[in-house]
Design a protein around this ligand. Structure first.
Ligand SMILES: Cc1cc2nc3c(=O)[nH]c(=O)nc-3n(C[C@H](O)[C@H](O)[C@H](O)COP(=O)(O)OP(=O)(O)OC[C@H]3O[C@@H](n4cnc5c(N)ncnc54)[C@H](O)[C@@H]3O)c2cc1C
Length: 371
């Protein structure tokens, strides 16, 4: 996909042919599936990973590049879903996951913090509520009133290159013995068996790590997870602005960052065509792209040439929490990160791997008590 992250240097593995046997088959090689594979290898478990297209060809390689602690809902909102103690635990687990990602790939992760910018008084009041609750719970947060507007600064958040991380993780996993296959969609899944067009994988466990379009693979989940399209654009390098941090505005609908080389990447406006954006399509639309262009020019005051426009699929759940579910014996489905899956998706991937290794990861016990 032609995104701000694509460097056209990837020569991935081939597609799957014939019959293979392994302990675990991971379907979907985005950030979550690759984190699961990495963790399975740590436990000495044999693993085969397949992707319908290229590694990280879905949202995992086409996103805004924010590493945000917590879930898609703001911390104080999450408390009403999870309760106080579990919301705090979940927040701390995601903070640890950002730490881990930074330690593993320090050249790809920048701990610059994120901004939540309020676009009106009601949102500013909500920021104040979030500030008070985070302060009370000992989580780092500051008021922000500067070039990007007014709101909150979360100094512990980060930005990264999501595509580069996935590709590096895939290469590491292959070096450590994982067999990965691109252009090998799972077309039929039963306990112990995955069929692709030209191959069969016989395995003890199956993990489907697919955020958007999980409902296509497991139609029984379609009451709980729904696929949406998110759209972005990016510019050529520019010095017109200097945006230091990941910025999240208007209740998180708009988000942007400036890369180190000066390119600006901007996404948002899904709610301006909500019904149309509940779709499995990943084509960009004029309606959303025009909104993004206007915002880039008029709000961000960036007039640099737009280089890329793209869209990808994510899954939204009614609870605001991800799905990790054993949909058939020894078949795990995970996804539905509500537009913010870089950190929690990786955490869930590691959690499922632990479960398969016979341990209960804290993220799994926490989510299992709720879903
Ligand atoms: C425009 C956009 C901006 C975003 N910005 C952010 C952000 O800044 N921060 C953040 O945290 N999150 C963000 N997100 C959400 C985040 O990208 C996702 O939640 C996360 O990447 C999900 O990763 P994943 O590995 O779970 O799933 P996916 O990226 O959906 O990967 C699933 C993989 O499964 C493959 N697949 C699908 N069906 C099959 C099949 N039948 N057989 C085999 N393979 C299959 C796909 O090809 C894909 O490669 C954004 C998403 C989008 C679209």
């Amino acid at each position: 996909m032609n995104t701000v992250w694509e460097d056209h240097r990837w020569t991935g593995p081939s597609h799957l042919r014939g019959t293979k046997r392994t302990d675990v088959c991971v379907i979907g090689l985005g950030g979550s599936g690759l984190s699961a594979i990495d963790s399975l290898l740590d436990h000495g478990i044999n693993v085969i990973g397949i992707d319908a297209s290229q590694i990280a060809s879905g949202a995992a390689g086409a996103n805004g590049g924010f590493l945000l602690a917590g879930t898609a809902r703001f911390y104080h909102q999450m408390i009403s879903t999870l309760g106080h103690e579990r919301a705090r635990q979940l927040y701390l687990m995601t903070l640890d996951e950002i730490d881990r990602m930074q330690i593993e790939m320090p050249d790809l992760v920048r701990r610059v913090g994120s901004l939540r910018i309020a676009m009106n008084d009601a949102e500013l009041a909500d920021c104040e509520e979030q500030y008070a609750v985070m302060q009370r719970d000992g989580l780092l947060v500051e008021y922000y009133d500067d070039s990007e507007g007014k709101g909150l600064l979360i100094p512990t958040d980060a930005v990264f290159n999501p595509l580069a991380r996935c590709r590096r993780l895939a290469e590491d996993c292959m070096r450590r013995g994982a067999q990965l296959f691109e252009y090998s969609a799972a077309i039929d899944i039963h306990t112990g068996l995955v069929h692709t067009e030209q191959g069969i994988i016989i395995c003890k466990h199956i993990v489907a790590a697919i955020d958007g379009k999980l409902d296509l693979l497991f139609p029984a989940l379609n009451q709980r997870v729904r696929t949406a399209r998110l759209q972005m654009l990016s510019t050529v390098p520019t010095t017109e602005v200097h945006i230091e941090r990941a910025v999240y505005a208007r209740w998180g609908y708009e988000y942007w960052q400036q890369l180190l080389d000066g390119r600006v990447a901007l996404g948002g406006f899904r709610d301006h065509a909500m019904e149309l954006e509940w779709t499995h399509s990943t084509e960009t639309t004029d309606l959303i792209q025009n909104k993004l262009t206007t915002f880039l020019r008029e709000h961000l005051k960036v007039h640099a040439t737009i280089e890329h426009r793209w869209a990808a699929s994510v899954g939204y759940t009614t609870s605001g929490l991800p799905i990790i579910e054993e949909v058939m014996p020894n078949v795990w489905a995970m996804g539905g990160y509500n537009g913010t899956g870089n950190v929690i998706g990786a955490l869930c991937g590691c959690g499922v791997a632990e479960l398969i290794a016979g341990k209960i990861a804290p993220i799994i016990s926490l989510l299992r008590t709720l879903t």
